[in-house]
Design a protein. Structure first.
Length: 287
């Protein structure tokens, strides 16, 4: 049986938002049509499809069901998906009444519709800053959308998460880039879950995005791991990138130049020519 009022999903709307609007328009209590929890929305797709008259595939596109672990979390890590905080763009939300799906990802702390920085619901903790790195967030959003089919996009997003987390937990007001103390305090709390502040992540993320795959990545990560030793409480290493391998030419110069005792012994031993070795060997034909 179809519900009396069935709103059309807004472009980019999240499943949680759509279910909430559906319940509200039909005077249903929150949680009646689908179960909303910290990890998202658990829906009976066939039942929801029957209630709305919308195809299951269209409804599934509102959620994160097809997305990989680097987005929705897996094996002890939350991925980029926000679990505790709720971010929003007051301008767009009040205009359409819908919450965008992209607002649920910590790697997208800006509104892709109007280009302004998101705020923590119901109020911003920091003054929203003008977002200058729009191209960075558009690139991240493109990779998020590719992640359902592209292994390369999944690996890149996973690496971006681990590198950004490492930089966040080791950041101070001057490293790896100048940042206000309040943002640093927020970033330092990044553990399994991203911090609540979209402004702080919006400041750090373009730096990490620029860093990956460049020659600067190794020295910056080495500095970060050196700083990590002083961090309390320690953060599980599984949440961080692998430490960069030390450069052999700088770490082991002695081993590379001084010959070993065996090499020295071989060098001193007089070499016998192949011809002499053949002559001294007893021959079967003479016996
Ligand atoms: Zn907006």
């Amino acid at each position: 049986m179809t519900l009396p009022v069935v709103p059309i999903p807004e472009p980019g709307e999240s499943l949680r938002s759509y279910v909430s609007r559906l319940e509200d328009r039909n005077n249903q209590r929150p949680g009646t049509l689908a179960r909303v929890h910290g990890g998202g929305v658990s829906a009976d797709w066939a039942h929801l499809s029957e209630l709305t008259g919308l195809p299951q595939q269209q409804l599934r596109c509102l959620g994160w069901g097809d997305y990989p672990g680097c987005i929705v979390g897996a094996r002890g890590s939350t991925g980029w998906r926000l679990r505790q905080a709720q971010w929003w763009c007051p301008t767009c939300q009040l205009l359409t009444g819908a919450w965008q799906r992209s607002w649920e990802l910590a790697c997208l702390p800006v509104c892709l519709s109007c280009g302004t920085a998101l705020s923590t619901y119901p109020a911003a903790e920091h003054e929203p800053e003008p977002v200058t790195a729009q191209s960075v967030f558009k690139d991240i959003w493109a990779r998020v959308r590719q992640s359902t089919t592209s292994r390369r996009a999944r690996q890149w997003l996973g690496r971006l998460l681990r590198v950004t987390r490492l930089l966040a937990v080791t950041a101070d007001t001057s490293w790896p880039q100048p940042m206000p103390a309040a943002m640093v305090t927020d970033l330092n709390t990044w553990g399994y879950h991203p911090p609540d502040s979209p402004a702080a992540i919006a400041r750090l993320l373009p730096f990490a995005h620029r860093l990956i795959g460049t020659s600067e990545e190794r020295p910056i990560l080495q500095s970060a791991f050196a700083r990590l030793e002083r961090r309390e409480p320690p953060i599980p290493r599984s949440l961080l990138p692998k430490p960069p391998r030390a450069n052999p030419t700088t770490t082991y110069p002695v081993l590379a130049t001084v010959p070993s005792a065996i090499d020295e012994q071989r060098r001193r031993r007089p070499r016998r020519s192949r011809r002499l070795r053949c002559q001294s060997r007893p021959s079967n034909s003479l016996r």
